[in-house]
Structures are given as structure tokens and as C-alpha cells.
Design a protein around this ligand. Structure first.
Ligand code: NAD
Ligand code: UDP
Length: 352
């Protein structure tokens, strides 16, 4: 079979870098475009190191998706079999304060990408959606058929892009599109060479826990202890980022199915874990105590969210392999080797 070439937008980022590595190891050629707004070129360098013999199969272009001319140039230089589209801003709180920045970056960037893809006859796409499109689910597990809603501008960009994808497929059935709704990606590559390196103070649970463990932050605030859950704290479906990356390879394979149109799949483990359970697993993996402060609920937070995994298992032939102990082990391995991520103590508070 001919070697496939995949364009990965946002491939220097957390999920992107792990996926690019799995693609290289799986024999794909990869072109990454990223503006490095929330990432570092060091991630690409480390991916190359981990890819061994396949390291010559990756090229990187620093560009913003909204720079149509620059994107055109990349598409003119190579023929892509498919695009995996990770690039976007993802901080929920920031999106509430700066909605136009989010609409501009996520929506305009995506529309320009789709226009350039269409102009070059590349109509196969895997898009990073999110469980956030389920809003506050009335029941769990969340199946792909659940009603959709947006609780903030970030979530709205995901919802709008999903709708755009459905519309372009309806208009032109040549498009083959897979929308992947990720649950809560955590952990890092087992080598400890690549991992999550958020800008500023982290919003998400595990990057925050990690920074407390390495002494960058003093305490973890537990948002809400009065939920109707086993221990009163919120429940989520945490998924190892390497499992998530492998889910993208499964989705790429599915794009070769002649019957696929615009399909959506959850990528989660199907298991719910509370905040306190996750902290305990991390304490065991790191042998560090995480000091906690119990505070009120974070506005907008759902109580319990976890995935129904049956559709991905049946149709993508993909299932998550790792549990929370492995997630915490690998997160700690990355954190202890890279306490300041890809940077140094001096530039760790860089802001957009
Ligand atoms: P990330 O911030 O680490 O990666 C996103 C990458 O996109 C970054 O490297 C950033 O520099 C780049 N980027 C942003 N805007 C760009 C633009 N206009 N042009 C070019 N590059 C641009 O985030 P991640 O956690 O790897 O998430 C990847 C995707 O998955 C995002 O779309 C995110 O919304 C989605 N997602 C993430 C999570 C999560 O919890 N991490 C959950 C669900 C969905
Ligand atoms: N959480 C917390 N303290 C933090 C960050 C998150 O207690 O500093 C809780 C949050 O209320 C939720 C869970 O951890 O119950 C996961 O939060 P995260 O922001 O990582 O994911 P999301 O809520 O977007 O699924």
C-alpha cells in the first residue's frame, strides 16, 4: 500500500504531538502546521527523537491557519491524503472573557483550512471535537446521539465547527469527515519526553495537580464537594493521551471506508473517576502529597460526564487500553523530568 501523507494542524500541541508520533511510528508521512501560540517547537524535536528511523518523515511549518497564502503554499507543495485538525484555542475561562479571539481563531482558521482543502481536492478530515458539546448531560454514559449544547464560547466553536462539517458533507458527499469527541485527555508519552505544557496557570485538573507536585503551585482547589457522587466531587472520563492518539489512527483508517460520510465518535474509556480518586492515584504514582483546599463549585461545571464507548469500539475497532494508574504514572514521569515543560523557570508564566 502507498505511504499516506497527513497534514496535522496544531501538531506541536499536547494531543497533536502524541498523535504525530503514533502516525510516524505507524508508517505515515506527516506535515505539521502550527503557529506555536500554545506550544513549542521543542515538542517537534522530541517527537523526531522518539520516532527513530521515521524521523525524516515529518516536516514542520510555523504558520497560522488564518494566513491563507501560507497555507496555500503548503498545500501546493504536497498532496495530502487527509487532514487531522487539532489547531485551536481551548481555554474555557479565557473564551468567556475573550469570545471574539476564540471565534476568530477557531472558526476563521477552520473555514480557511476547509476552503484550501477543497481547492486542492483534499476532502478527508478528522476533527478534534469535545465532550463539552454534551453540555450538562442529563444522564450518563453520553452516547453520540445525545442532544448538543454549548456552555461557553469555546464549546460553541466546537459545536459550530461540527455543524459546518455536517453542512459541507450534505452539500458535497465526496467529503469524508470524522468528528472525534474527546473526553478528558491526561498523561503523557511513557518516555517522559513529550507531554502537556500549558501556558500560565492551568485550568484543567491534571496539569494543575502536576504543577502542585513539582512545587510550582502551593495547593489544589477542589471545585465542589457537594455533588451527588460517591465522594461529593465531580466525575469525569480521563483518557490516556496515547490511547487518544491511537484513536486518530483508527479514525484515519475508517476514512477509507466507502460508506463513511460525516460521522461522530466518542473517545473515552467509559469509566468515571472523581477528583479525589484522581488525586489519590497521582499521589500514589508520584509519592508526593497534594495539599487540597475544598472550595465551592466552579461555575458552569457538570456533575458527572463519561462516555459511551460502544460506537468507537464497534465501528473504529478502537478501545482505550490504559487506566488511571498508568495515566498518573506517565504524567508524573513527564512532570518530574520536565518540571517547567518545554521551557525554563524564567519563561514559565508566558501569556498570550
Ligand atoms: P494545545 O493547545 O496543546 O494544541 C493546539 C495547538 O494548536 C497548539 O500547538 C497551538 O499553538 C495551535 N494553534 C492554535 N491556533 C492556531 C492557529 N490559528 N493556527 C495554527 N496553529 C494554531 O491543545 P490540545 O490539548 O492538544 O488540543 C488539541 C485540540 O483538541 C484542540 O482543538 C482542543 O480544543 C481539542 N480538545 C482538547 C481537549 C483537552 O482537554 N486537551 C479536550 C477536548 C478537545
Ligand atoms: N477541578 C478541580 N480543581 C481544578 C481543576 C478542575 O477540582 O483546579 C475539577 C473540575 O471541577 C472537574 C474535574 O476537576 O470536576 C475536571 O476538570 P477539568 O477542567 O480538567 O475538565 P472539564 O471540567 O472541562 O471536564
Amino acid at each position: 500500500m502507498a505511504v499516506k501523507t497527513v497534514l496535522v494542524t496544531g501538531g506541536a500541541g499536547y494531543i497533536g504531538s502524541h498523535t504525530v508520533l503514533q502516525l510516524l511510528l505507524g508508517g505515515y508521512k506527516v506535515v505539521v502546521v502550527d503557529n506555536l501560540d500554545n506550544s513549542s517547537e521543542t515538542a517537534i524535536k522530541r517527537v523526531k527523537e522518539l520516532a527513530g528511523k521515521s524521523k525524516s518523515n515529518i516536516s514542520f511549518y510555523k504558520l497560522d491557519l488564518r494566513d491563507r497564502a501560507a497555507l496555500e503554499k503548503v498545500f501546493s507543495s504536497k498532496k495530502f491524503d487527509a487532514v487531522i485538525h487539532f489547531a485551536g484555542l481551548k481555554a474555557v475561562g479565557e473564551s468567556v472573557h475573550k469570545p471574539l479571539v476564540y471565534y476568530d481563531n477557531n472558526l476563521i482558521g477552520t473555514i480557511i483550512l476547509f476552503e484550501v482543502m477543497a481547492a486542492h481536492g483534499c476532502k478527508k478530515l478528522v476533527f478534534s471535537s469535545s465532550a463539552t458539546v454534551y453540555g450538562w448531560p442529563k444522564e450518563v454514559p453520553c452516547t453520540e446521539e445525545f442532544p448538543l449544547s454549548a456552555a461557553n464560547p469555546y464549546g460553541r466553536t466546537k459545536l459550530i465547527i461540527e455543524e459546518i462539517c455536517r453542512d459541507i458533507y450534505n452539500a458535497e458527499s465526496e467529503w469524508k469527515i470524522i468528528l472525534l469527541r474527546y473526553f478528558n485527555p491526561v498523561g503523557a508519552h511513557p518516555s517522559g519526553s513529550i507531554g502537556e505544557d500549558p501556558r500560565g496557570i492551568p485550568n484543567n485538573l491534571m496539569p494543575f495537580v502536576q504543577q502542585v507536585a513539582v512545587g510550582r503551585l502551593p495547593t489544589l482547589k477542589v471545585f465542589g464537594t457537594d455533588y451527588k457522587t460517591r465522594d461529593g466531587t465531580g466525575i469525569r472520563d480521563y483518557i490516556h493521551v496515547v490511547d487518544l492518539a491511537d484513536g486518530h489512527i483508527a479514525a484515519l483508517n475508517k476514512l477509507d471506508d466507502p460508506n463513511i460520510g460525516c460521522e461522530v465518535y466518542n473517545l473515552g474509556t467509559g469509566k468515571g473517576t472523581s477528583v479525589l480518586e484522581m488525586v489519590k492515584a497521582f499521589e500514589q504514582a508520584s509519592e508526593k502529597k497534594i495539599p487540597l483546599v475544598m472550595v465551592g463549585r466552579r461555575p458552569g461545571d457538570a456533575e458527572i460526564v463519561y462516555a459511551s464507548t460502544g460506537k468507537a469500539a464497534k465501528e473504529l475497532n478502537w478501545k482505550a487500553k490504559y487506566g488511571i494508574d498508568e495515566m498518573c504514572r506517565d504524567q508524573w514521569n513527564w512532570a518530574s523530568k520536565n518540571p517547567y515543560g518545554y521551557g525554563s523557570a524564567e519563561n514559565s508564566s508566558k501569556k498570550r
